[in-house]
Design a protein around this ligand. Sequence first.
Ligand code: BJ8
Length: 424
Amino acid sequence: MSHTYEAMWEKLNLDLDAHAGLLQVLGKFYGDIYLSQTGRLRGMEYLDFVLSEVHGLRIKELQDAKAQGRKVIGTFCVFVPEEIVLAADAIQVGLCAGAEIGKDAAEKILPRNTCALIKSFVGFKLSRLCPYLESCDLVVGETTCDGKKKAYEIFVDYAPLYVMEIPQMKNACDRDLWRGEVIRFKEKIEELTGNTIAAAKLSQSIRVVNDRRRALQRLNRLRAAVPAPISGRDVLLVNQISFYDDPVRFTENIHKLCDEIEERVNAKQGIAPEGTPRLMLSGCPMAVPNWKLPFVVESSGAVIVGEESCIGTRNTRDLVDENGPSFEAMIDALADRYMRIDCACFTPNAERLDNVVSMAKELQVNGVIHYGLSFCHPYAIEAFKVDKALKEAGVPMLSIETDYSMEDVEQLKTRVEAFVEMIR
Ligand code: BJ8
């Protein structure tokens, strides 16, 4: 990334030396994992460009928007309803939390046995490394897992934070609680932006976010073809970028990418030959630049054809009903759609088991890799039930727990290769 942006980073009070180091590592990592692939689709150039400008052009856009009075809202979870943020003419960005770089700083205030995602967002803040975090007028946390919930109590001393309460169960009273939280969030965003959210604006933003989900659904349908027309790595990148790119521009570009994939599918061309073992990932989200496991899997003779994850179908599967005739009906539709998210933080969480099994069948996978970040109890414990459900459906599963360090790459490779060999 060019040095054109240095003045902007300085103004954001980034630690310029450490930040330069981060960009260098990111560039090298991206080259090795992404640009080294052969037979990539032309449409991926847009994603390469957006990623290459991740701390440049997009941050400049956010700064320009802020100069015009718009607010930037950062999030860590797919429960935060972007529709509300957009309807108040603010911008929502998913905060990455996928790198190890601020770990040492984070471990000074968090226990070492905290999941890497939590350490990452705390570490980024303490080390002044993330221009997104530093651009935020508000960061929205949520009461999902205990680790995040308690880390926010510390994080609030470092960033403007607001926490949404996410219920733990899905009974009628939980849905009522959640609807109340959607309203409370709307009021907070209205207060922050000074904009009252009108029904027409909310209806429009529901369409914008649904359109992005529809584009990602189209991508997921197309990539399910045999042979797989696009690598799992590339689809992961598309999903990751969906969290911070402008939603309308992103949607347009993903449809263009899909048009190209459609041609490939019609010509029966694949990124990997027919017969390559097809795998699905399931579990914890993979935030930028956490590309380790997909890289290991796809360099072990398999292709990833689906992600049952918040950076995957858990975030795109359900649309918000667009036919709400009134503001209240739209709030109901939002509450209902978000309550369908099957995060392992819910108990019980039977929908997730059903979703994993039906996805595995629809995608005709040969196996599933369950991915848990070390010290993530909700997903680690739920892996047992996922395994059982998949076994009953005749689909083999490999459970992997790891973090963001590269130390275990060889060990992971050995385990993944053995699994691929077994299912071949
Ligand atoms: S809806 S998956 S984005 S909470 S990996 S921090 S759960 S200890 S990220 Fe998530 Fe929302 Fe759920 Fe999705 Fe905790 Fe586990 Fe760490 Fe996690």
